[in-house]
Design a protein around this ligand. Sequence first.
Ligand SMILES: Cc1cc2nc3c(=O)[nH]c(=O)nc-3n(C[C@H](O)[C@H](O)[C@H](O)COP(=O)(O)O)c2cc1C
Length: 183
Amino acid sequence: MTIVAIVASPRIGANSDTLTKAIAKSAEDNGKTLKFYRLNTLKNVKGCQACGCCKKKGVCAVSDDQTEILEAIKSSEGLILSTPLYFGAANAQFRLLQDRFYSFMGADFKPFISPGKKLAVVVTCGGGKPAAEALAASLEEGMKGRFGFSPIGSIVMDMGNTPSVAANNADALAEAERIGKKF
Ligand SMILES: Cc1cc2nc3c(=O)[nH]c(=O)nc-3n(C[C@H](O)[C@H](O)[C@H](O)COP(=O)(O)O)c2cc1C
C-alpha cells in the first residue's frame, strides 16, 4: 500500500522537506511504498477553475502536473502534507494543490474517495508558532471532516529562517520516525 508525501516548501533539504522525508522513511521502513512529490518542481500547475466538472464526472477537468498527485492520493493508504507558514497561511504551492482537493467531493459535497486514509501533517514557521499550530489543526480537521482522513500525528516547528534546524533536532526527527511508524 502506498503513502503519498507532499512537500510544498521550495527549499529542498530544508526543514519541512527534512521532516517529511523522515516521516516517509519511517513509513517505508515499515513496509509501505512511497510516492514523494515536491510541488515547487512542478512546471505546469493550475488552481481550481471552479468549473464544477468534478461534481458531474467525479474527476477534475484540469489536466496538469498536479493531476498525477490527485490520482495518487485517491488510491493511497495515507498522506503526508507539509507546508511552511507564509504570511500566516500555507504557502502558494500548497494552496494550489489544496483547492484541487475540491474534486474529491461529489455533487452532494460528500467525499467519494474512500475514508480512513491516514494523515500526517508538518507545518514549519519562523516565529509565528500559534498561527502554524492553527494551520496544522485546520488541515487535520479539514481533511478529516471533508474527506474522512484519520490524523495520526503532526509536527509544528519554529525554525527561525534557518533551513538546517530540523536536521539538527534529534527530538523532532524521533517524533517524525514515531509518526511514520503509524502508517
Ligand atoms: C514568503 C515568506 C513568508 C513567511 N511568512 C512567515 C509567517 O507569516 N510566519 C512565520 O512564522 N514564518 C514565516 N516565514 C518563515 C518560514 O515559515 C520558515 O522559514 C520555515 O521554516 C520555512 O520552511 P522550510 O525550511 O521548510 O522552507 C516566511 C518565509 C517566507 C519565505
